[in-house]
Design a protein around this ligand. Structure first.
Ligand code: Z16
Length: 798
């Protein structure tokens, strides 16, 4: 083989070719990394052909393009995704094995790109995959953080954060686009020139584009995820260097790079930091310029923009994109203000992901005026225009010296959507009640979904195989076909095979846990899994309280026929969220005590796996028996982990919150362990004086569990370590842990009882799979295309 023999034919040859000519390695001395990169290059070549085709088809059709603006894309590993979607899995595995390599090991060698915190970022990644699968011409726009979400470890049970470095090794999936670079301004002032207001920014930075192709199922279409990195306009000051000040010579570059240096690790709180607003404007402005440039390349009339461009704001983080588009159209292209605004409103839509007041973005007007003085003026004009059109409204964008991004996003948008039916309803009656009265058609619901390629087919090959054997492989691209499993659930032979899949997945997890974490898990126990960000509203402390109470009862009545359980936790806490960090430490402390108790050891284990990420989710979900979705009703906007568990045959124990409501409706109430107050009841309960203290003293189990924590049973060296948690549980208890404890306990015992009959359990689990097809993100994206974007698929024309 020579350099000229470009690898057009055999896949195996292509890998060897890249190993030699792209990586410059002798196959005899290649390391795992080299083989992984060579495989990735061979895969990438096949993506590029389709990617170019799709881009051409979009130009040819002059199709409307969708732009998904998101601060976060939690993409995880891409090699397997790409291989699976190109249907190269068998060839890739055979090739790797022919080189004497472990295929799975190669896939796992890829770093997990964690450019997101949790649900919102992972949703964006699932949406990108579904957009490509559906052949919808689309671009994702985000930030190429040098450091994604921190790496988590534990020391004495406490969370330790370490920087993450996904770009340490060559990243094959990115293409640097030197040509797509923009100069962006910050700060400065607004001056009047020729009777017009013009922004004269003080600081300039450069945005550099990195493109990651996203290929859909069967490789029929590919879109682009474009991530922006900050660079200095003048990266190097030769004069200062020659004067001997080497640090100062590189200062501009260091400052500009700071913008895309690190992902903010807050998920459900908002810190209002200057660098965060800088990041938001940086990537929004670069994206808007890119969108306009692409449009103007072959359209002369800017009024056509809403016919060709749909912009989706993933939460308010990119909300400044709206005023920026108005500014470009009005200040820089010279359109009348009202026209610029109308065009912008025709393009922009906004997804709300939370009603938690502490998560709703607002900026102090001082900071805002300092960084984006012209945008503040434009925002006021937008607010005024809205006020003129709706004289009875209250002034909402500005107030108390702050700029409120939710209100801004709402009035800038053509459509505003919630992420589950319950959440969308609550948007209408709570945070956006006033706006909804003025714009009764603007709010729509698009319940979240997850991509079945990653979250069933790839992560659970055994179940995928059984499903395909049973109903063919059409379900992978059309998840509602899972309904075809339902008749088989009544067949004992089939159900036994289904149960065997779960057992084998659990055995894998046991082996991994022993190998990687030196813990022994009982594969016959019920694997009870709560994995998600740590937050009071998600109530990991409710779960650990029930664990403590269960342990105490097991010790008290050892003769009872207890269902064996493994309580599995994983999840990160925001570094500054001290209550959440206390919950982590409490779980670890409780785990140490319970796991050391020889009298209950066989029946109850608690394990907290460190560094939860996409890869760990892919490992845990297929092995789960029970899905913990226990947020205080009204607080979890949707949840998406809940869907992944149901799809992989783990019934839910959960509240009527977020998409749990829809999961329960679809899988059937008898296949869902419901407990807890409703959103409405929760609101009412909070107004009851001493609701928590009363709930604790009314429930002897809860009293005893709280007392154990309070007395230092889990922290003997520091008995008052959890005084804060205890005070919260017996005092304000805003998230109603105490109020829901009793019903949660009851539901858990129902789980025990049901699990004891393995056939009943398997039936329930199988029905969860068969009835979860609706939770495909393909269905969600079809909804966005129809109700929000008015975008068409180009599949079949590419
Ligand atoms: C996030 O992940 C979510 C909301 C939010 O305001 C910020 C972040 Cl980083 C989550 C919601 O909590 C979750 O319920 C929802 O499923 C997810 O966004 C996707 O919509």
């Amino acid at each position: 083989m020579a350099r000229d023999d470009t690898p057009k034919t055999g896949f195996r040859d292509a890998i060897l070719w890249h190993l030699t000519y792209t990586l410059g390695k002798d196959p005899d001395h290649a390391q795992i990394l080299d083989w992984r990169l060579a495989l990735s290059h061979a895969v990438r070549d096949r993506i590029v052909d389709r990617w170019v085709e799709a881009t051409r088809a979009t130009y040819r059709a002059d199709a409307k393009r969708v732009y998904y603006l998101s601060m976060e894309f939690l993409i995880g590993r891409l090699l397997e995704d790409n291989i699976v979607n190109l249907q190269l899995a068998d060839q890739a595995q055979a090739a790797m094995e022919s080189f004497g390599l472990d295929y799975r090991g190669i896939l796992l060698d890829e770093p997990d790109a964690a450019l997101g915190n949790g649900g919102l970022g992972r949703l964006a990644a699932c949406f990108m995959e579904s957009l490509a699968t559906l052949g919808c011409p689309a671009y994702g726009y985000g930030i190429r953080y040098e450091h994604g979400l921190f790496r988590q470890s534990f020391a004495d049970g406490r969370q330790i954060e370490a920087p993450e470095h996904w770009l340490q090794q060559p990243y094959v999936w990115q293409f640097e686009r030197a040509e797509a670079s923009f100069t962006l301004g910050f700060g400065g002032r607004v001056v009047t020139r020729d009777g017009k207001l013009v922004w004269e920014p003080e600081n300039l930075v450069q945005s550099e584009a990195y493109d990651i192709p996203v290929i859909g199922w069967r490789g029929d279409w590919a879109n682009t995820l474009r991530l922006w990195a900050g660079r200095a306009v003048d990266p190097f000051d030769l004069e200062r260097f020659n004067a001997g000040d080497f640090t100062a010579a590189a200062e501009a570059e260091a400052l500009a790079r700071t913008i895309s240096r690190v992902l903010y690790p807050e998920d459900s709180t908002e810190k209002g930091k200057r660098l965060r607003l800088t990041q938001e404007y940086f990537f929004s402005a670069a994206s808007i310029r890119d969108i306009l440039r692409r449009f103007e390349a072959d359209h002369a009339d800017l009024r056509q923009l809403p016919q060709k461009v749909a912009i989706q704001l993933n939460d308010t983080h990119p909300a400044i994109a709206g005023p920026e588009l108005v500014r470009l159209l009005h200040d820089e292209r010279g359109l009348p203000f009202d026209e610029a605004l109308a065009i912008t409103q025709g393009c922009v839509n906004y997804t709300n992901h939370t009603l938690l007041p502490e998560a709703l973005e607002s900026w102090g007007e001082g900071l805002f005026a300092d960084l984006l003085p012209r945008h503040l003026q434009i925002i006021d004009r937008i607010d005024d225009a809205h006020g003129r059109a709706h004289p009875d409204r209250r002034n909402t964008v500005r107030g108390d010296g702050r700029v409120r991004m939710g209100e801004l996003s709402f009035i800038m948008s053509n459509r505003v959507n919630g992420v589950s039916a319950l959440h969308t309803g609550l948007m209408k009656t709570t945070v956006f009640a006033d706006q909804h009265r003025l714009h009764p058609d603007r709010i729509v619901n698009e319940t979240n979904g997850v991509t079945p390629r990653r979250w069933l087919h790839s992560c659970n090959p055994r179940l995928s195989g059984l499903i395909t054997e049973t109903i063919g492989d059409g379900w992978i691209g059309d998840l509602e076909q899972l309904q075809g499993l339902e008749p088989h659930v009544a067949d004992p032979g089939w159900l036994a095979r289904f149960a065997a899949v779960k057992a084998a997945n659990k055995a894998d997890l046991c082996n991994w846990a022993l190998r990687e974490h030196h813990v022994t898990l009982n594969p016959d126990a019920l694997f009870d899994v709560q994995i998600k960000r740590i937050h009071e509203y998600k109530r990991q402390h409710l779960n650990i309280l029930e664990t403590i109470a269960l342990w105490q009862e097991m010790r008290e009545i050892p003769s009872s026929d207890w269902t064996a359980r493994v309580k599995i936790f994983a999840g990160k806490a925001a570094p500054g969220y001290f209550f959440a960090k206390d919950i982590i430490r409490l779980i670890n402390d409780v785990a140490a005590v319970i796991n050391a108790d020889a009298t209950t050891n066989e029946k109850l284990r608690v394990i907290y796996l460190p560094n939860y990420n996409v890869t760990l989710a892919e490992r845990l979900i297929p092995a789960a028996d029970l899905s913990e979705q226990i947020s205080t009703a009204g607080k979890e906007a949707s949840g998406t982990g809940n869907m992944k568990f149901a799809l992989n045959g783990a019934p839910t124990i959960g509240t009527l919150d977020g998409a749990n409501v829809e999961i329960r409706e679809l899988v059937g109430a008898e296949n869902f362990f419901l407990f807890g107050l409703t959103a409405e009841e929760a609101e009412a309960r909070r107004t009851l004086p001493d609701h928590a203290a009363r709930a604790v003293s009314a429930d002897p189990r809860l009293t005893r569990a709280v007392e154990a924590i309070r007395s230092g049973a889990f922290s003997p060296d520091e008995p008052d370590r959890y005084a804060g948690i205890v005070e919260n549980l017996t005092g304000a208890d805003y998230f109603l842990v105490a109020s829901d404890f009793g019903d949660y306990w009851r539901a858990q015992r129902e789980v025990d009882f049901t699990y004891a009959d393995r056939d009943t359990w398997a039936r329930m689990a199988a029905l969860n799979v068969a009835r979860s097809g609706w939770f495909s993100s393909d269905r969600t994206i079809r909804g966005y295309m129809r109700d929000i974007w008015n975008a068409k698929s180009l599949l079949g024309q590419g």
